[in-house]
Design a protein around this ligand. Structure first.
Ligand code: HEC
Ligand code: HEC
Length: 303
C-alpha cells in the first residue's frame, strides 16, 4: 500500500510558477511539492491560526488539512495538473477552497473544526446578502483580518492569477450562492472596499452572451416546459409535479439577473426535473440572455 504521506509529499507540482518549493522532508527527487509547501507557508504560519493558542492544535489542524488534501488526491491525482487552468473553476475550487469551505460550499470542510472564525458558509441567505463579487475578489487578494489579526482566510494572490481569482469567485457565486449577490455598494463591516472598483459583470467566467443564439437553444431545450411565452405553460405532456417557473412572475423579475439565470440553468439537474442535459457554458449564457431580454426584462419595442 502506498504510504499516504509519501503520496502527499510526491504529488506533482500543480502550479510550479507560484514559487512554492519542496520541503526538506520531501522525497520526490526535486519535484516541487505544492501541498506541503502551501500548508507550511500559509496554514502553519503562526499568525494564521490566531485564535488558537496552543501549538498542539496547530499541528492537529495541519494534519487535518493535510489529510483532507490527501482525500481528494487519489481520485483526482492525474487530473489536477491538466485541469488546473482558468477555464476549470471547479478544479480550482476543489483544490484551493474545499478543504475549508467544504465540497458543498457550506463551510463544513475540515477547517471548520479548528478555525475561529469558521470558514464561511456560502450557501446561507445571510452570506448572499453580505458578500458582493467585488468584495470576494478583494478577500482572495488580501485575506481577511479580525481585530487586526489574520484569520484562516489567507490571501491567494501569490497562488492564483487575477483571472483564476475571478473565475473561482464566479464559481462560488454560481454554484453555492444561486447567482445572487449583495448590492455592490453594500458596506461590509471591518473591510476596506477599495476593490469596489473591480468591474461588475453580468455573466460569470468572462462570457459574452448572444441572445439570438439563445433563442434557438430556448426552442430546443426549454420551451417544452417553460412555454413559448416564458410563462411556465409548456406542453402538458412535459409537466411533472412541480410547475416550471414563469419567467414573467413579478417576484422572479425583481431578483433576476443574467448571473442568477446562468446559475439556475447550470445547476439544472438539481432544480429542474427530468433529464436536463448539461449545456456548455456559452450556451447557458446565450439562453439566459434570451430569457432575460424576452420574458423577464423585455426591452421596450423599437419604434
Ligand atoms: C485554510 C482555510 C481556508 C481556505 C483554504 C479558504 N478559506 Fe475562505 N475563509 C476561511 C475562513 C476561516 C473564513 C472566515 C474569515 C472571516 O470571517 O473573516 C473565510 C471566509 C471567506 C470569504 C468571506 C470573507 C468575508 O469577508 O466574509 C470568502 C469570499 C472566502 N472565504 C472565499 C474563499 C475561496 C474562494 C477560497 C479558495 C480560493 C477560500 N476561501 C479558501 C478559511 C479558508
Ligand atoms: C422538463 C421540464 C423543464 C425543462 C426542459 C426546463 N426546465 Fe427550467 N424549470 C422546470 C421546473 C419544473 C422548474 C421549477 C423548479 C423549482 O422550482 O425547483 C424550473 C425552473 C427554472 C428556473 C428558475 C430556477 C430558480 O432557481 O428559480 C430557470 C431560470 C429555468 N428553469 C430555466 C430553464 C432554461 C433556460 C431551460 C432550457 C435550457 C429550462 N429551464 C428547461 C422545468 C424545466
Amino acid at each position: 500500500m502506498r504510504n499516504p504521506f509519501f503520496f502527499v509529499m510526491c504529488q506533482p507540482a500543480v502550479n510550479g510558477a507560484n514559487g512554492l518549493s519542496c520541503t526538506a522532508s520531501c522525497k520526490c527527487s526535486g519535484e516541487r511539492n505544492y501541498r506541503v509547501g502551501f500548508i507550511e507557508r500559509n496554514i502553519m504560519h503562526p499568525n494564521k491560526f490566531v485564535s488558537i493558542a496552543r501549538r498542539k492544535i496547530h499541528l492537529a489542524a495541519a494534519f487535518l488539512l493535510l489529510s483532507s488534501w490527501f482525500a481528494v488526491g487519489p481520485a483526482g491525482a492525474q487530473t489536477w495538473k491538466s485541469h488546473l487552468s482558468a477555464d476549470e473553476p471547479e478544479a480550482l475550487y476543489r483544490h484551493y477552497c474545499s478543504s475549508c469551505h467544504g465540497a458543498k460550499g457550506d463551510g463544513k470542510g475540515l477547517g471548520d473544526f479548528v478555525l475561529e472564525p469558521p470558514p464561511k458558509n456560502f450557501t446561507s441567505k445571510e452570506t448572499r446578502q453580505e458578500l458582493s463579487r467585488a468584495h470576494m475578489i478583494e478577500v482572495l487578494n488580501k485575506g481577511t483580518r479580525k481585530k487586526g489579526k489574520r484569520t484562516g482566510m489567507i490571501a491567494f494572490k501569490d497562488n492564483l492569477s487575477p483571472q483564476q481569482i475571478e473565475s473561482v469567485v464566479d464559481y462560488v457565486i454560481v454554484t453555492f450562492m444561486d447567482g445572487k449577490l449583495a448590492p455592490k455598494a453594500q458596506v461590509h463591516a471591518g473591510h476596506d472596499h477599495s476593490a469596489e472598483t473591480v468591474k461588475t459583470v453580468d455573466y460569470p467566467y468572462g462570457l459574452t452572451p448572444n441572445a439570438s443564439r439563445g433563442q434557438s437553444i430556448y426552442s430546443a431545450s426549454c420551451q417544452s416546459c417553460h412555454g413559448e411565452k416564458g410563462d411556465g405553460r409548456g406542453s402538458p405532456a412535459q409537466m411533472g409535479s412541480i410547475n416550471p417557473r414563469s419567467f414573467r412572475d413579478a417576484d422572479f423579475v425583481k431578483s433576476v439577473s443574467g448571473f442568477s439565470l446562468f446559475s439556475a440553468v447550470s445547476r439544472g439537474p438539481g432544480h429542474m426535473p427530468v433529464g436536463q442535459q448539461i449545456l456548455p457554458n456559452q450556451d447557458i449564457a446565450d439562453v439566459s440572455e434570451y430569457v432575460l431580454r424576452t420574458y423577464s426584462k423585455p426591452r421596450p419595442p423599437q419604434p
